[in-house]
Design a protein around this ligand. Structure first.
Ligand code: LMR
Length: 397
């Protein structure tokens, strides 16, 4: 009998469908048209269309260069003081709760991966409830650790509002131990955030049904303000024994490529949190051993110095103000876009079909995600009118 003895090799791997947002970066970059508008990936741009390094970050980096005397290993948890300095910013009134621990991660994405891996270890049968649409990388991360996903509709495109009744229905139908993935603020891709009353209701159902809330909070300070944007998470911390949160400083410190994140765990006791965190550090050790240092070290310098911290808050407020000003301007242009003023953060969804999105790309060199998600601060001020005119033309077509 003949057997196939040929070993399978790397050449036998199937093709991979590239991540839609990363593919969009490359497409926009390759377009030679000088007047192109890239509202694809989520990177803050100022009125001139640039993503400058924050002035306060430049100063902190200079200080780091001048004073850092070694690059010897810090250990698996990275810079522990960085996480300590973030505690009050993220946790607010819960900062002193010793049942909550945080650890530095490579970006918010690293925190998501570690958090879901921890869930998979603790309860492999847990399902993750994910509202749709969501950030395109959520499902691959959850799939990657072997957890099942249950989708429910989060957002109604026709009304530009959250499908709150359907969300609550899905949460009511979940089994104890299931995980609910929630966007802490600045929902990606819709910009439609839960209001305080809705957070209260979600929290009540989560507690009553014995669900585990997992909050992805990557844009703190880009919505209403640092404290306001963390209110949903803090309400969950007040009510639930167990909470996981993935936090990012990549956006609010404008250090995207430096990958500056953190993972936060709350359990019912200090000891259980210590054990859970030990699992997290073991998993991190297997994947990247230790997080990259530079960005977190610079954030550490800013948060530790009162004057630098105050200047960061001013620069952060300026980014938030631009987001909200551009939102108002687009919303005022056409009644069909009025909902954009009620939403938060860098993203909103335009009521466009994929064909209309592709036409905008072809005819106007406007790059947005196929879903119609656009970055409200992806364009320079000088391009806003042209962008709005092209979108209105597409809506009329
Ligand atoms: C985005 O949604 O555009 C950002 O979070 C960038 C990314 O990694 O996808």
């Amino acid at each position: 009998m003949l057997t196939d003895t040929k070993a399978r090799g790397l050449a036998d791997l199937p093709p991979v469908q590239s991540d839609s947002l990363l593919a969009l970066i490359a497409l926009a970059a390759a377009d030679p048209r000088e007047d192109k508008i890239d509202v694809g990936v989520g990177v803050f741009r100022d009125g001139a269309g640039n993503t400058p390094i924050l002035k306060v970050m430049k100063e902190a980096e200079q200080r780091l260069l001048d004073t850092q005397v070694t690059k010897a290993y810090l250990g698996g948890a990275g810079d522990k003081q960085y996480a300590e300095l973030l505690r009050p910013i993220l946790l607010g009134e819960h900062a002193a709760d010793k049942r909550i621990a945080g650890v530095q991660t490579p970006g918010g994405c690293g925190a998501l991966r570690l958090g879901f891996q921890l869930v998979a270890k603790a309860n492999p049968k847990a399902r993750v409830l994910v509202g749709t649409p969501t950030w395109p990388n959520h499902a691959p991360i959850i799939d990657g650790v072997g957890l099942a996903i249950v989708e429910y509709p989060y957002y109604d495109r026709s009304s530009g509002a959250i499908s709150f009744a359907k969300m609550i229905e899905a949460l009511e139908a979940a089994a104890p131990g299931d995980v609910v993935l929630l966007h802490g603020c600045c929902h990606n891709p819709t910009g439609a955030d839960l209001n305080d009353e809705q957070w209260g209701k979600v929290t009540e159902v989560v507690v009553r049904r014995g669900l585990l809330p997992f909050v992805d909070i990557a844009y703190q300070g880009f919505g209403r303000g640092l404290d306001e944007d963390a209110r949903g998470l803090r309400g969950l911390l007040a009510a639930c024994d167990e909470v996981i949160a993935a936090h990012s400083c990549d956006k609010n410190f404008s250090v995207y490529r430096d990958r500056v994140g953190s993972l936060w765990l709350k359990t019912s006791s200090e000891e259980a949190t210590r054990t859970a965190m030990a699992h997290v550090l073991q998993d991190a050790r297997e994947m990247w051993s230790m997080p990259p240092d530079h960005g977190a070290a610079a954030v550490h310098i800013i948060l530790e110095d009162e004057a630098l911290r105050a200047r960061w808050l001013v620069e952060l407020a300026a980014m938030r103000d631009r987001i909200n000003t551009v939102r108002q301007r687009i919303a005022a242009a056409d009644p069909r876009l009025a909902y954009i003023a009620r939403q938060h953060g860098m993203f909103s969804l335009l009521p466009l079909s994929k064909e209309q999105v592709l036409t905008l790309r072809q005819d106007h060199a406007i790059y947005m995600a196929d879903s119609g998600r656009f970055n409200v601060v992806g364009m320079a001020d000088r391009d806003i009118d042209r962008f709005v005119a092209a979108v209105v033309e597409a809506l009329d077509s």
